[in-house]
Design a protein around this ligand. Structure first.
Ligand code: SF4
Length: 292
């Protein structure tokens, strides 16, 4: 074990008034000395952007790659999976809120090299950054991906896609496969409920297609929130305009964190899968055990 290693912040700028501005995501947090960004993990300290949670690992597990979910990349294999802490969106239905929002897990510290070594020893062909939001730890993740590629591992990200274009481009340089959450097709809902914006997520998906990264997309189907057939159809049409072979996972929701809405109805999910399937070749119903 190590102290996490000296991961230097990369995506920020110094302002004339002494504050720092984080350039990782569209929140563009202005940080006075000692302040932490909205994601809870990037901090201004003595004129430097510090990354006190770089290499702070909340979970390590060997998962079937289909659990990411990735159904069309190295199918039937296992992915060595690592989770961190924090998120730059604040979804009230987060399925991993204990590590993304509440930091109730005591992390272990690993350097990027130690993480990759653990992945190699697992015998898995891939290393997946998942569970919480990996992009807010982009500097650490990029270093781990660089080392993993040198070691012959494939690099996987499971992400909300909520980062600025230059960050996504830097991540995609080493990324082999990504699953991005397209949480809703409603711009207003992205802003009011999640604290983000749809346009940024769409840009991250489009950039992955442009750079020929294997991409699959996931949408949690929440009754009354994200299950409008017209919105599902519009999103499917947009994805198909990028590439009709993009796999889309429509996952059943179950009540979690601050949401008490009843679980997704199986018949509703199946109907939406069928609807989206008119635009896209690979639409999968997911998390069916949670449906009612
Ligand atoms: S990554 Fe965090 S600190 Fe940086 S802009 Fe986004 S929320 Fe703010």
């Amino acid at each position: 074990m190590s102290d996490g290693g000296p991961t230097a912040a990369r995506f920020f700028e110094r302002l004339a008034d002494g504050r720092l501005r984080c350039q990782l995501c569209p929140h563009a947090c202005y940080l006075a000395d000692g302040q932490v960004g909205l994601c809870g993990v990037r901090r201004s300290q003595a004129g430097r952007l510090e990354l006190p949670f770089a290499g702070a690992v909340s979970a390590l597990a060997v998962d079937p790659i289909e659990k990411k979910p990735l159904y069309h990349f190295l199918p039937g294999t296992k992915a060595f999976s690592v989770g961190y802490l924090g998120c730059n969106l604040h979804c009230p239905f987060c399925q991993n809120y204990h590590i993304s929002q509440e930091f109730t897990v005591q992390p272990q510290r690993l350097s990027a090299a130690e993480l990759v070594q653990a992945a190699i020893e697992s015998g898995c062909p891939s290393l997946a950054h998942t569970y919480s939001e990996p992009l807010i730890h982009a500097e650490f993740v990029i270093e781990a991906m660089r080392l993993a590629r040198l070691a012959g591992l494939k690099n996987i990200l499971v992400s909300n896609g909520y980062a600025n274009g230059p960050v996504m481009a830097a991540v995609y340089e080493y990324c082999d496969a990504i699953n991005i959450d397209l949480k809703s097709w409603r711009t207003d809902w992205y802003a009011s409920e999640l604290g983000g914006d749809l346009a940024t997520v769409k840009a991250s998906i489009a950039l992955a297609v442009q750079k020929r990264i294997h991409i699959e997309v996931t949408t949690l189907v929440i009754p009354g929130k994200t299950d409008d057939p017209a919105a599902i159809e519009a999103a499917a049409r947009w994805l198909a305009s990028l590439d009709p072979d993009i796999p889309w996972h429509l996952s059943a929701y179950r009540p979690m964190y601050r949401y008490t809405i009843a679980p997704t109805r199986l018949a509703s999910l199946q109907s939406l899968v069928s609807l989206a399937g008119r635009q896209l070749r690979h639409v999968h119903g997911g998390n069916l055990a949670s449906a009612i």
